[in-house]
Design a protein around this ligand. Structure first.
Ligand SMILES: [Zn+2]
Length: 290
């Protein structure tokens, strides 16, 4: 009787233990949203109080803010008391787009360069702009456009961080203009550049940082982090960051779910690497500057 009870207790203990291993608790620490847009169509549907509350509920304590046009960024930067109350630090970036037409020609448009200079001179209520972007290049050859090259050099000279949605070929081209520019690669290859190619770029360009929203192949359908990406994070623990990429209003509507998705796979990494990707690496980009 006594030994039977002991055997049952042992069995229950083993089952509880096995369950604990299979179901890791989500990462519960701080998050830094290093790819956020607050575009004009979001302003009406998701007012300032609402987006800050979404960040607070999701455990997001800092954001790279940019918007088309730059009004949304300025609104976030001006809401100092509300952002402080929500525990959110706003790092403003200059967007290169005044409207959707600018997406396709900014890299050769001198008026964009002038607009960026003007914005940088003005700054925001939250302090100077800290970066440029997000910008897009749908044809990597346009990384050699005259304004693209000048903006990369401007970022290098002024120690601004660049947020770029480009392919792997354009990473090499952009950094050839200004090899010391700190460049956040939005999505780390949204077209699915092989992990080996991402590794090659990380090794070649010490100022390259990979952002992980929409990255194909990062996790499988059941949410397990791929072994190849785990190995890449282990090799470059200081080089990856997270972002919501709220490029359409649906992303604001699902902001909490997006962050919960990150928390689920971060828990599959060592606590130290998880914390670096979750917030430490993005914080380091803006620490002790200016
Ligand atoms: Zn984006």
């Amino acid at each position: 009787m006594c030994s039977l009870r002991r055997a049952l207790r042992l069995l229950v203990a083993l089952l509880v233990c096995a369950g604990g291993v299979a179901r890791a608790e989500p990462y519960a620490g701080s998050l830094f949203d290093a790819h956020l847009h607050y575009n004009d169509e979001a302003l009406a549907a998701f007012p300032l109080d609402d987006v800050l509350a979404r960040m607070q509920r999701a455990g997001v304590h800092a954001i790279i803010a940019n918007s088309r046009p730059n009004d949304g960024t300025k609104a976030l930067a001006s809401a100092k008391a509300q952002a402080a109350a929500a525990g959110v630090t706003v790092l403003p970036f200059v967007r290169l787009y005044r409207n959707r037409a600018d997406y396709s020609g900014w890299f050769a448009d001198e008026s964009i360069y002038a607009m960026v200079q003007d914005e940088l001179a003005r700054g925001t209520a939250a302090g100077p702009y800290r970066g440029l972007g997000e910008f897009h290049l749908y044809d990597s050859a346009n990384a050699n456009g005259p304004v693209a090259a000048r903006l990369m050099r401007l970022a290098q000279d002024k120690d601004l961080v660049v947020l770029a949605h480009v392919d792997d070929t354009a990473i090499d081209l952009l950094l050839a203009h200004a090899p010391k520019t700190r460049l956040i690669w939005a999505h780390s290859g949204i077209g699915g550049a092989p992990v080996e190619r991402v590794r090659e770029l990380m090794r070649r360009h010490p100022t390259l940082i990979g952002e992980l929203s929409y990255r194909p192949g990062l996790t499988d359908d059941s949410g397990h982090l791929s072994a190849a990406w785990k190995a890449l994070f282990a090799e470059f623990p200081t080089r990856f960051v997270l972002g919501s990429d709220t490029w359409i209003n649906e992303r604001w509507a699902s902001y909490g779910d997006i962050m919960a998705g990150y928390r689920a796979w971060l828990s599959q990494l060592s606590p130290a690497i998880a914390a670096q990707i979750a917030h430490g690496n993005a914080r380091a980009l803006f620490a002790d500057k200016r």
